[in-house]
Design a binder for this molecule. Structure first.
Ligand SMILES: [Mn+2]
Length: 334
């Protein structure tokens, strides 16, 4: 697969395990593309420090044997590079392991690796907030989060987190270039200055500019999480979308939205949030974006299971229809 030659497309994303059911689910929606999220590890690519070539290769061939394309893997478990993010002793060993994983992704023909630089992960102050008609969504309220104890041994400032980020980029970007893997950076979610005493550096338009200056490479771009950008503000989201889209720096997209922005927001269905999501899709189309879009987080609908496959099918249907309208030229460019 030549990833860069594929057209703009919808992929089933946030897949944690490749099962026969996921394969059928994807194909029955008329989608050919898959992306995995292995934030919590994976039964397919086990490992406590890095991932092995054969595990990655077999994951890819199982997708292809089923007629699907493996577009990317997003996230390794945080324990693979927590010392890197915090600048603690042992970070060089973790960096070597991250280099090994990136080399193995490249050897296995997996072209994109999505990553973040958030050692505390995604924060929500509620995972049971009421959404539309009782759908269950997550929510964040800075007022409730500000009394959180330190997540680690001390406070970690903006300056040192940026220095840790630069140290990491300097070590892994040359390896990504050599391996033919493109790294895609996700925003800190929520994009607030600090939580649990740890600075959350990737939280604004300016921060992304800085990150791409530090990590200046054709093999580095954004996992443009529309939801996280909308959490910053809808205006900043559209500014970032246009700016980085024009420069070909958007590798792939998390297509979701939220109601409200920091310091307080909740998640929601596509179409009920801050943004005109068709405008988002149309902007990407007009900019000549050729990556893929996934649904990312979705509300939990009635009778939904753990992975929210009902809600995901609805989101994928919305996305597929929007893209179809653009591809068929029913809406004029400009
Ligand atoms: Mn996201």
């Amino acid at each position: 697969m030549n990833y860069r030659e594929l057209p703009m497309r919808v992929a089933v994303g946030q897949v944690r395990e490749l099962t026969d059911e996921i394969i059928l689910y994807t194909k029955q929606m008329g989608i050919q593309d898959l992306q995995f999220n292995f934030f919590h590890g994976s039964p397919h690519v086990p490992g406590d420090t890095h991932w092995e070539y054969m595990d990655l290769l077999r994951l890819r061939t199982r997708c292809e044997d089923a007629g699907l394309r493996l577009n990317a893997i997003e996230n390794v478990p945080i324990k693979f590079y927590d010392k890197v993010m915090l600048g603690k002793p042992g970070r060089d060993e973790q960096i070597e392991n991250m280099q090994t994983t990136i080399r193995n992704l490249g050897r296995a023909g997996i072209p994109v690796f999505g990553y973040h630089f958030v050692v505390c992960g995604v924060w929500r102050t509620s995972t049971t907030a009421p959404g539309r008609a009782g759908a269950q969504v997550t929510a964040f309220d800075m007022e409730l989060a500000q009394n959180a104890p330190l997540s680690f041994d001390r406070v970690y400032t903006d300056d040192e987190m940026w220095a840790n980020y630069a140290y990491f980029m300097k070590a892994i970007l040359p390896v990504a270039e050599e391996a033919g893997v493109t790294l895609a950076l996700h925003p800190d979610d929520p994009p607030v200055p600090s939580l649990g005493g740890v600075a959350r550096i990737i939280r604004s338009f300016d921060a992304f500019q800085r990150a791409l200056e530090i990590g200046d490479s054709p093999n580095h771009g954004l996992d443009f999480c529309v939801g996280s950008w909308s959490e910053m503000s809808p205006a900043e989201c559209m500014q970032g979308l246009r700016y980085f889209g024009e420069r070909g720096k958007i590798v792939y997209v998390h297509f979701r939205d939220v109601v409200g922005s920091v310091p307080k927001f909740r998640e929601g269905f596509i179409g009920e949030g801050n943004l005109d999501m068709f405008e988002v899709m149309k902007t990407l189309w007009e900019l000549g974006f050729t990556g893929y879009l996934i649904d990312d987080h979705v509300p939990m609908m009635s009778n939904d299971g753990g992975w929210n496959s009902r809600s995901r099918a609805f989101a994928n249907g919305q996305m597929t229809a929007m893209l179809d309208i653009l591809q068929k030229g029913y809406v004029a460019k400009g």
